[in-house]
Design a binder for this molecule. Structure first.
Ligand SMILES: Cc1cc2nc3c(=O)[nH]c(=O)nc-3n(C[C@H](O)[C@H](O)[C@H](O)COP(=O)(O)O)c2cc1C
Length: 329
């Protein structure tokens, strides 16, 4: 998820049971131009693997070159974005627009699949307009072109994130293709995940927003009954996320980047609302850390334990990873 799936988020997802995590979407044009910020997305840490790195663009040759760079960086899967509804991306002919240009979409997938030896997968929406069934036309053609798996977020690009994901379409897509289909959209609990898997025949579910500030949702989906996290656990996990993100993006960039996460972790009735307001106004991450620890002093011990259990985090977290200026899929 653009602006969310930084390495700290992906590592956390793996710790809480995700079988596969995916990078933010990476601009193939940015990779082509050797843009330093874009290249930063290709820094991969061993313990987040298996990792899919997602690329977006509209030129088959440029996408193929980008895919080679992604493979060389150590990604286990190259995922191609045919879902992003954000104008900044669609106006360049990339993202969800490609669902309306199946011929070009197929040329992209053939070129990318030929360029790399790791599996090439596709993430797509149902289509551009509300009610569109474009995914059912394009999906099988993409498989013929070389896609090893399809992930469907069955909302239209126009819908953005409103309404509901229509997983009847996911079930139809499963019937049409001989590759695994991953269901994305509104997977918020184990019950929802089981219902979607049972009614669609999808091979897996993808969890997006439900995991923001709430990795425990992943554990619940994977393991069933898990108790709600204590205040100390929530604060410790947030502190760890703050520290890892700060190492990743640098203190200056993380300071702004992290603000949305405070609401995600501390909301859900876990802490009173003014607490988050207080945090976003603090001037430095040191102050944020001190304020969080003051709210749950027992979190220090939980954090120490979490850090001790992390495999080799000091060496593996890489500095100055960029954050995305794009958003959505
Ligand atoms: C902030 C945000 C950023 C996203 N960025 C991407 C992205 O870069 N690539 C992508 O394929 N999907 C992206 N998505 C879409 C999600 O992968 C997912 O399909 C969608 O949010 C529906 O799933 P959910 O209900 O579990 O959130 C993004 C979603 C959000 C909310």
């Amino acid at each position: 998820m653009a602006g969310v799936s930084v390495q700290a988020f992906r590592r956390q997802g793996r710790r809480f049971g995700a079988g596969l995590v995916c990078s933010e979407m990476v601009s193939c044009a940015g990779l082509q131009h050797g843009n330093e910020r874009t290249l930063g997305y290709l820094r991969i840490s061993p313990e987040e693997r298996p990792l899919a790195v997602q690329i977006f663009g509209s030129e088959p040759g440029v996408m193929a070159d980008a895919a080679r760079m992604v493979e060389d960086a150590g990604a286990d899967i190259v995922d191609v974005n045919f879902g992003c509804p954000v104008r900044k991306v669609t106006k360049t002919g990339a993202g969800a627009t490609l669902l309306e240009d199946p011929e070009r979409a197929c040329r992209i997938i053939s070129a990318v699949a030929e360029a790399v030896s790791v599996p090439v997968t596709v993430k797509m929406r149902r289509g551009l307009a509300n009610g569109s069934h474009a995914c059912l036309d394009v999906g099988p053609r993409l498989v013929d072109a070389g896609a090893a798996s399809l992930t469907l977020h069955p909302r239209s690009a126009k819908q953005m994130y409103t309404g509901e994901a229509d997983h009847l379409l996911t079930a139809e897509l499963v019937e049409l293709v001989g590759v695994p289909v991953v269901a994305s959209g509104d997977v918020t609990s184990r019950g929802r995940a089981q219902a979607i898997l049972a009614t669609t025949g999808a091979a897996a579910v993808m969890v997006g927003r439900a995991a923001q500030g709430n990795p425990w949702a992943l554990r619940e989906i994977v393991e069933a009954e898990v108790p709600d996290p204590s205040r100390e656990e929530v604060i410790a996990e947030l502190l760890l996320f703050v520290r890892e993100t700060s190492r990743e993006l640098g203190e200056r960039r993380s300071h702004g980047f992290l603000k949305k996460f405070y609401g995600w972790y501390l909301g859900r009735g876990r802490f009173p609302r003014p607490f988050k307001q207080e945090l976003v106004q603090l001037e430095s991450l040191d102050e944020v850390e001190a304020r969080l620890l003051a709210a749950a002093p027992g979190a220090a011990e939980v954090l120490e334990r979490l850090e001790a259990e992390l495999p080799g985090s000091e060496e593996d977290v890489l500095l100055d990873l960029p954050i995305s200026i794009y958003g959505g899929g």
